[in-house]
Ligand binder design. Structure first.
Ligand SMILES: [Zn+2]
Ligand SMILES: [Zn+2]
Length: 282
């Protein structure tokens, strides 16, 4: 059995729990430490229950509270050495608490096998290695895959047949292209061009096509994550869950296949009526 639940998902912070019932892992800690502690409590977990935090990459929305959780609760931090070096450089320029001790990403934590898969995202010189994660326990396999502007056959081959996946559906391409042709959004053009690029984020259609490539069948559980929606300033939204779901389902329909069950995540995953779905594979 493996469980997966997004405590927070989106540009304001990402944190996802993957649990076998005995081993509990956190993928990223980019939301505030307080929110992560509260949301863990919803799952009847506390930070000391975590066997480790696995860091995907050195962007603040994935890393912000790693140092705080490590210092306050002694949670081990697993991160690629090149990403750890990038984090040390960045920590000098931010208020994030530095992590005093990190370990490379292991192949096994408790009873969960861990596989780090390279992603195409960010600036390799500045950010170090960027990865996503796949986990195995018994016959079950789940993956947390966000922050990638494109994907290759290697990633498709690794994720093929996964039982459940939290996959990025960051933006609806037509929304971003419309903003790029509109001078009133020129302040955000750089960010929007980066998001569209091969080292940015996956659009809804790219998300649908990747899902089509990897899914064994419509029984696979899919959580759409890192959605560009519900910003305090709604002008910044480049997506919403219903649009993302429709675009993903359209990809399956056009390719003559049944769409999987699609679940949602929320930016902070804790307001009443806005709780990200908990997925259990057994
Ligand atoms: Zn990122
Ligand atoms: Zn991100």
């Amino acid at each position: 059995m493996l469980q997966i639940c997004a405590l927070a998902s989106g540009s304001s912070g990402n944190a996802t729990v993957v649990s076998s019932g005995t081993t509990h892992l956190l993928v990223d800690a980019g939301a505030s430490a307080g929110l992560i502690v509260d949301r863990l409590a919803d799952l009847e977990l506390a930070p000391p229950d975590l066997s480790g935090i696995l860091v995907t990459h050195s962007h603040g929305d994935h890393y912000r509270s790693v140092g705080t959780l490590h210092a306050r609760f002694g949670v081990p931090v697993f991160v690629d050495p090149s990403t750890a070096a990038a984090l040390r450089r960045k920590a000098r320029r931010t208020s994030w608490k530095r992590v005093t001790e990190t370990a490379p990403i292991p192949e096994l934590v408790g009873d969960i096998e861990v596989e780090a898969l390279d992603t195409s995202h960010g600036d390799p010189q500045r950010d170090g290695r960027t990865v996503c994660f796949q986990f195995r326990h018994g016959r079950r396999r789940v993956a947390v895959v966000t922050d990638l502007g494109s994907y290759d056959d290697r990633l498709v081959g690794s994720l093929k047949g996964v039982d459940a996946i939290l996959l990025e559906a960051n933006y609806e391409e037509s929304v971003v292209r419309r903003k790029l042709s509109d001078r009133t959004h020129s302040f955000h053009w750089r960010h929007l061009r980066t998001a569209l690029g091969p080292r940015g984020h996956l659009s809804n259609a790219q998300c649908g096509n990747l899902l089509y490539e990897i899914l064994a069948g419509p029984w696979t559980r899919v959580l759409l994550g890192h959605l560009s929606e519900n910003h305090p300033d709604r002008e910044l939204d480049n997506n919403d869950f219903e649009t993302a779901r429709r675009t993903v389902e359209d990809v399956f329909t056009k390719r003559g296949s049944s769409s999987p069950t699609i679940h949602r995540t929320w930016r902070t995953g804790r307001e009443p009526g806005r709780r990200s779905d908990l997925i259990v594979t057994s």
